[in-house]
Design a protein around this ligand. Structure first.
Ligand code: HPA
Length: 237
């Protein structure tokens, strides 16, 4: 799909008897690294297709013994350590200026629906973790991980920002299921590798697919939260 920000490749299909759009942020075969994902094109495209609720997944490293390898965790806050990513659709001039509210970056009513789905499945899902987003694509140094811990982060990853911000700018609900794939650098007693992360993702794949499907069965199109009002001050898009 053409967007003002470049091409995006949404896949339209059906899940739980609902029409849905699937967007693979890293592309087919994981060919796009996190710092080169075209977040604006992806979010713009799904919004154009009529999407108003986004359920994201994200591989995360754990900074805390509260979040163990193989656990699923719903993000509720983020710390942004990205360096070089366009973060907004509102670039001034005719596009307007928006200082979007991030008091509750991840939709809490969406999180409630995911939790309800997890209970139906008898699947353990933790609600609430602070995600530090790094620029990547390298992993962190142990010193950076210690800094993130002191700042209050629980998990670390490379993709949730600016995705969650852009979704809010267009008034979409956005929730993210963190999949704990590894202990963060310096907590793990071995060097980190992409293979380790991919292997853990593979093990979590079935659980996450069940959770996504059960969530879509319960999710209704109406937005009974404040996310849709995220851009009310300018409301351009
Ligand atoms: N660091 C950054 N991103 C990640 C990690 C990590 O340890 N694990 C999965 N994504």
């Amino acid at each position: 799909m053409e967007t003002p920000y470049g091409l995006a490749e949404p896949v339209i299909g059906k899940l739980a008897n609902r029409e849905i759009v699937f967007m693979s942020r890293h592309g087919r075969n994981h060919a796009t690294p996190p710092h080169l994902v075209n977040y604006r094109a992806n979010i713009w495209a799904i919004h154009e297709l009529g999407v108003r609720k986004v359920l994201a997944t994200a591989a995360v490293g754990s900074l805390s013994s509260n979040f163990q390898l193989g656990e699923l965790v719903l993000l509720d806050q983020f710390l942004d350590f990205t360096k070089n990513r366009p973060q907004t659709f509102y670039e001034g001039g005719l596009k307007g200026v928006l200082h979007v509210d991030m008091t509750e970056p991840y939709c809490s009513s969406a999180r409630m629906v995911i939790l309800e789905a997890s209970e139906q499945l008898g699947l353990s899902v933790k609600n609430g973790a602070c995600y530090a987003c790094t620029e990547g694509p390298r992993f962190e140094t142990p010193a950076e991980i210690r800094m993130f811990q002191r700042l209050g982060a629980d998990l670390v990853g490379m993709t949730s920002v600016p995705e969650v911000v852009l979704a809010r700018e267009l008034g979409m609900c956005y929730a993210s299921i963190g999949m704990v794939t590894n202990e963060a650098a310096g907590i793990a007693t071995h060097p980190l590798s992409h293979a380790e992360v991919m292997e853990s993702m593979k093990e979590l794949e079935v659980k996450v697919a069940q959770l996504v499907q059960a969530t879509f069965k319960l999710w209704t199109p109406d937005q009974n939260c404040l996310c849709a009002l995220g851009n009310r001050e300018v409301g351009k898009f």
